[in-house]
Design a protein around this ligand. Structure first.
Ligand SMILES: O=P(O)(O)OC[C@H]1O[C@](O)(CO)[C@@H](O)[C@@H]1O
Length: 394
């Protein structure tokens, strides 16, 4: 199997990355503009960002030491579409926050432009049903509870706990298994037998609620001593969870009378659930390039669970790997056993069986890669020696 693969760019107008930059980003600027009564200065900055993102070039982020270390100077002057997709998407969110004055100083400093969307998610009937389903789950055998909670966390807002509990085993297989293109969950549970779990969170709202319920479960039933919850230090990719979003989610569980809410609140107070927010979590690079302090921190985990599509891209590299590349290969550098729970929303994929890939291509051509209708649970246990892979820059 190859050690590396082509970096995903956005320069092909027929590609998924191109549509993200050319269509989703402008639509997001419109949404944010409509959600707040920003003043003329912010509107002008958003206009300038829109123009730059579509027809302009990468500009310096003056005085930003992190972004300088992440290669901004190297890309200045190049089209957003010609630099790695992973890099340009992150750069977009940085520029968006700058445009709305998030980093201040000024009246909009610290005002999360995505907060209204994240809060709205907590008040949906689907979120209420998911919490209600927990009561019904409480009487089930622990194995059934953990499977339902794992799948609730995996599918985030798509396949709720209600669905998992109501379906009997046969229906469950029929409805869920074909959607899972890889399922290493049997290797996951033995890794969750004690010590420290690092969970690298993805989205707030209806994804974070099941993540928190899973955390509560492994603290109670899997002898996990401590969970380090990696969050974003500031708003990112619209719905990514920050500490403030986590507090909103735990408070929501408490105010809806969910017993897990009180337990999680207490676990945060006594340090068994510890939020972390490293600047690299909003960086535009793969985890293979993480700084030494973060690598050393991850190395203290007994297991790291990466949630979501973006974390997957950063874990294996945002590269066009042959889909049958073993998951163990591009993750071998990671300092701990690592698991990915991800719905497929971008072109990157590794660890597929030949038959699974053939069936997906036969029925959907390449749409399965980005449609969000498939998911995976992939695990690399202990025993694969860490190494430093080559992640090419463009
Ligand atoms: O929330 P998730 O699962 O990380 O998904 C984010 C994904 O959405 C996209 O930004 C596309 O909209 C992908 O590029 C990215 O990987």
């Amino acid at each position: 199997m190859p050690d590396t693969a082509p970096v995903i760019l956005s320069d092909d107008p027929a590609s998924f990355p191109h549509s993200v930059l050319a269509e989703r980003h402008p639509a997001l600027i419109r949404k944010v503009r409509d959600a707040f009564p920003y003043g003329p200065g912010e509107h002008r900055a958003l206009d300038a960002l829109l123009k730059s993102a579509i027809e302009g070039a990468i500009e310096p982020l003056d005085g930003d030491a992190w972004w300088e270390s992440w290669g901004v100077d190297e890309y200045v002057g190049r089209s957003w579409f010609e630099v790695p997709f992973l890099w340009s998407e992150s750069y977009f969110y940085r520029r968006l926050l700058l445009a709305v004055g998030y980093f201040g100083p000024g009246p909009w400093q610290g005002v999360d432009p995505f907060r209204p969307f994240k809060l709205a998610e907590l008040d949906t009937p689907e979120a209420a049903e998911e919490i209600a389903a927990l009561d019904r789950l409480a009487d089930r055998p622990v194995e059934e509870q953990r499977k339902a909670l794992l799948h609730g966390s995996l599918w985030g807002n798509r396949a709720d706990l209600g669905f998992r509990i109501q379906a009997n085993d046969e229906e469950d297989e029929k409805a869920a298994t074909p959607e899972l293109v890889a399922d290493d969950s049997e290797s996951l549970w033995p890794l969750l037998t004690g010590g420290t779990l690092f969970l690298v969170a993805d989205n707030a709202g209806r994804e974070l609620i099941p993540d928190l319920l899973l955390i509560d479960h492994v603290l109670r039933h899997n002898s996990v001593d401590r969970v380090v919850l990696h969050l974003k230090p500031h708003p990112y990719y619209v719905s990514d969870a920050t500490t403030a979003d986590t507090v909103d989610a735990v408070r929501h569980l408490v105010t809806t009378g969910t017993p897990a809410g009180r337990r999680l609140w207490k676990a945060m107070a006594d340090g068994r659930v510890e939020p972390r927010a490293h600047p690299f979590s909003c960086g535009p690079l793969p985890y293979a390039d993480m700084p030494d302090d973060l690598r050393e921190e991850f190395a203290t985990a007994d297991l790291t669970v990466m949630k979501g599509d973006l974390n997957y891209r950063r874990l294996v590299g945002d590269l066009l790997w042959p889909p049958r590349t073993p998951f163990t290969s591009p993750t071998a550098y990671f300092p701990t056993p690592v698991a990915a729970l991800r719905t497929l929303k971008s072109d990157v994929i590794v660890g597929l069986d030949a038959e699974v890939e053939a069936a997906l291509v036969a029925t959907e051509e390449q749409r399965w890669r980005t449609s969000g209708t498939h998911a995976l649970i992939q695990v690399r246990g202990a025993g694969t020696p860490p190494r430093t892979p080559a992640h090419p820059m463009v």
